[in-house]
Design a protein around this ligand. Structure first.
Ligand code: 6PG
Length: 254
């Protein structure tokens, strides 16, 4: 695993840095193998990245849209037109504006009456679509993630049973703090990715980010701290507000 932390002056620069990483990962994948598989993050932080990818002419023209397969690293158990739907955010801000073949948009059916069955069905689509790495694990070319103020990532929350999942790649989980069901990638799938980019913006994330990067001895790791690609690259893209509590010397110079 190679890991780096990019600190940006503000959210705008974070979005631009993340869009650049997206384009680089797309080129690195679609060049040799002709396809690019990416799992999008939910939440609000990536909205600005999706807008740049769809609307900035220099960036938009660099994405192999026709050869890209879009997935989601987690989804709320709501219909696709619900305001909380991660699919709806990505569709409205980006996917409805770019030439991605409809069959390449693999949304999680959040409306399913049986989230566990939907999780299993989604895992099957992933296994059928992605190329396998050496140990027959499906490996995304890129997974985008965010991090909550409690250190959760995707829908892997502190104390969640899903954090201990070692064989299933996608599971349904109940987020007690939100009293809501979610469908989420598990760590075996996340950590099999060739490149993981975690986007963190805002002062409210500073404490969790410092606990991830400078954990107290003996402290249980936060979920985002368990994102450690087996063989791939991990890039944290954080703005100065979120990086405010990171100890000096823990980061490579910007
Ligand atoms: C979700 C996300 C979740 C998100 C973090 C950060 O479905 O909400 O997958 O993990 O990335 O909660 O969310 P913000 O970007 O809105 O701060």
């Amino acid at each position: 695993m190679t890991s780096e932390v990019l600190i940006t002056a503000g959210a705008g620069e974070l979005h631009r840095a993340a869009a650049r990483l997206f384009v680089e990962a797309a080129g690195a994948a679609a060049g040799p193998k002709g396809t690019f598989t990416v799992a999008l993050s939910g939440g609000s932080t990536p909205r600005g990245v999706y807008a740049l990818l769809a609307e900035d002419p220099s960036i938009r023209t660099s994405v192999p849209w026709e050869h890209t397969d879009f997935f989601w690293s987690d989804e709320r158990c709501v219909p696709p037109d619900h305001p909380d739907s991660n699919y709806r955010t990505a569709w409205e801000v980006m996917l409805s504006k770019v030439p991605v073949p409809p069959q390449n948009i693999h949304r999680v059916r959040g409306e399913s009456e049986d989230p566990q069955a939907e999780a299993a069905a989604y895992e099957t689509v992933i296994r059928e679509t992605l190329s396998l790495v050496t140990d027959h694990r499906p490996s995304f070319d890129l997974i985008l993630l965010g991090m909550g103020a409690d250190g959760h990532t995707a829908s892997l929350f502190p104390g969640s049973e899903a954090l201990r999942e070692r064989s299933r790649l996608v599971v349904a989980t109940r987020v007690e703090s939100l009293r809501a069901p979610r469908i989420t990638f598990t760590l075996p799938l996340i950590n099999a990715a060739r490149h993981i980019v975690i986007l963190v913006s805002g002062k409210d994330k500073a404490e969790a980010l410092s606990r991830v990067h400078d954990p107290s001895p003996g402290a249980a790791p936060l979920p985002a701290g368990l994102v450690r690609p087996f063989d791939g690259e991990l890039t944290w893209v954080v703005d100065e507000d979120a990086a405010g509590l990171l100890g000096s010397g823990t980061l490579p110079p910007p």
